[in-house]
Design a protein around this ligand. Sequence first.
Ligand code: ZN
Length: 975
Amino acid sequence: MTVYRLMSWMNSGSYQKSETEVQRLVKEVLQPNDFDIKHLEGFSVKRSLRELDRDEGGEKITFPDDWIETSVTIDIPTRSKEEGSKAYTIAGFHYRPIIEVIRAAFADAQANAFHLLPFKRLWKDPLDNHQERIFDELYTSDAWLDAQDDLQKLPKEPGCSLERIIAGLMFFSDATHLANFGTAKAWPLYLYFGNLTKYARSLPHSGACHLVAFLPSLPDGVKDVLSGLSRISKTGMASLQTHCRRELFQGCWEVLLDEDFLQAYRHGIVLKCADGVLRRVFPRIFTYSADYPEKVLIATMKDMGTCPCPRCLTPKSLFSSLGLSKDMKNRAASLRAYAMANVVKARDYIYKWGNTVDGSKVEDTLGEGSWVPTLNQFVKKLGPLGLDSFRMLVVDFMHECELGTWKSLFTHLIRLLYALPQGSQLVATLDHRFRQVPTFGNGVIRKFANNTSEMKRLAARDFEDILQCSIPVFEGLFPADHDAVVQSLLYRFAQWHALAKLRMHSDSTVIFLQDAFKKLSRRLRKFQRDTCATFTTIELPREKAARLRRLARGSENTSSTESSGPRVKKFNLNTYKFHAMGDYVRTIKLFGTTDSFTTQMGELAHRALKAFYPLTSKLNTPGQLAKHERRRRVLRRVAEIGGVISGFDSHSPTDVPPSVSSRNHHHIATTQSNPINLFAFLREHGGDPAVKDHFLYRLRKLDITYCDHTFTDEEHNSVIIPNNVIYSVQTMQVNYTTYDLRREYDTISPRTHADVMVLSGETTPSHPYWYARILGIYHVETWLNDGGSPVKQHLEFLFVRWLAPLQTHMSGIKHARLPKVAFVEEVDPDAFGFLDPMQVIRGVHLIPAFASGRGASSLRYGESLGRPGGQLDDWEEYYIGIFVDRDMFMRYTHFGVGHPVMLRRMTRDCLDSATTHAMDTVEDSDHEEVSDSEGHEECDDESSDEGLEDEDEDDSADEGEEDGEDDDMFDDLSF
Ligand SMILES: [Zn+2]
């Protein structure tokens, strides 16, 4: 009856009750031992919620970190000396005192996992016993180590001998839409503790994200006030409004950085840590992640001014020398330093003398640096306490690269295609190719269903997918000389992207990243100078449509010169986003890897807010969201007291099948639902005796896998397969340790993800891996009759079609080309074979080499077991998608800390042989470019730098980098 009632409840009333939710109701509410029906007598949802929200007096639970609602008052300058400024109050600023959030976090069960002291992670490479520094977490970063050092140097608090530790604060703020439709917006400020590992912080349900405030936007009502000011012109209005927005933002931070917080910054607060020990905890702000428009607000600087970088004072005019040593030196030498006196003076001009907020008087006073006349509260309050308010504005991988520089490069490549003869055809080819790129992993590469060139509703991860697959897709679409340039550029971009996004860096990979940036920036400049300049590029159809829509909306405001004809669009390298790509090495060394502070983490936190949003009445949204946040927090605390939660939220989703131990190399189900008669099977595969040979070989515990071996009749007869039946299964799961020491798995299936990599079986290979397409996954019970009593053994094996690396194709980091493979021809006895699942390293992403077309040169035309899916021919060649994920990329270098030594040695040795090999073959398509003007440009740059560089910075070596011959230190570090 209970089950009946439950099911009929589920299938009636509201249809919002999902299967998982009902399952949860049973498992988490009804089944636990402490469930007591008597407690529900007189139960009312309304009253319980009220109790949670402490609307009723009496035994309410209150916390010091509860939400406070306040207002922020800004001064609107009137341009009139007599009137002075007009005070304008913005109500509805909801926040929680930061210091109380810190106290609460240290009292939370999660604090068990807090790192209280920073440390240096060192790794001794078993390959050659040299030692490397590892960069990953905030608590292993230089910034924290330095901050801890500084802390020890502070005079002790009188009479206090407690250990002094740091609460590592990482802020995120990002305005977001709350629903897919409508205008509802929120501007949450999140706080994470760097004391907790980034792997836990990045889990959406880990409870590691602390919602601290809802920053208010400037209400539309301010316009009424502004338009009432007689002395303000129409253009002055816009800048005045911008000024008000800045004042409001900094005004909020003036509230947030309250006296309690400053007191704690100076003297620490005594807190009981999870181990029960009292310590003096000092808050320290390390990072503040935000997109560019918010960075500009935080840094109190102009949006896209002459000095657009929030971290340094490099003028925009120097951005064109991106990646050159003068650029790298310049940004290090001109880090932002706040000119407090100038700002105070400029404000006097505005507020005391009636100057306009962007008038020449104010501009002249502010001087260089694109500063604005708004007081920076971080500098004012925390500057004297040692905070570098500009260094904390870390690079933003998602907005600045994936949705920034990469998107703009991809967009321009499509504009270029349109500019070629038959451009629309080429773009259609591009879209067609994207649609044929196979998927990979569990959503790692997803299907490109729509026309990729139209870029409709694409998120950062879609642009990442595009980058990771773009090399084969673009191949051959441009005229040969430009094609080579574009291929190298795409390779360099993907390589930089992979390195910049690594979740674990070492000394070597940091240098590698530095070098990759140098190469990429050179490629970008060359692309802009040679390829882009050759063609007249105009806006894309979608850009034009968007512009015309804008035009139609504001038609009365636009001048008559605005035409409906296409606009010329040029590739622009001189932007902050490209400039920011040069700051990754410094940032990673200071604060750890980019996944620790990526704005993507904030995006995940948004999801929780968006889930709350439908529960609100849509009025006073921040207030209601704050209330829901509090309810969740209170329930969490009640649960903690009751011992239901320990450490981490037990509900965090886990997508690893629970039945499988990830410690095993792989898992193949033992189901017998799909039996195959061996005789029929043998007949089907040409009566290939390899089946029996293979089994026998393995039973004898001999090392097999790849080599041929012929057995005697006697040996054949010693294997007994009962009933001559083997069993076929659909999938196999391969577990592996990633470069950053995580356990991951790939699901291999002959139908969807069939391609795998194994270590090369050659003794001195030129490429470290072999590749195979899995046609079938089988297991079987066998008896080995070795003269004595028969021994039973369970066997698993894969039936595969082999692919071989193309010897004529130059690939690798040196050549900026992906490795290329083709199916082994059917006449070769090794075209097909059996593979021990133990040999599989990982699944691999094979992307068709579209430019080489389809054909039947490796297997005769027609249906075959070698071509699942009923295809009649194959792609003639494939590229290996080495950029498909970070772990894959690291397997083509020998830097993967978590990778087996044998594999790393093989990769390194291949590289060595590739280097020697490449010495003889420097000649290639781009050779003439060695003498191009870029070299001279860089030579000029160097000579003005007084020639202090050491050899590998020398441009005579630099200018050699074209497609075939990067001749520098990195040749012997990476494959
Ligand atoms: Zn900069």
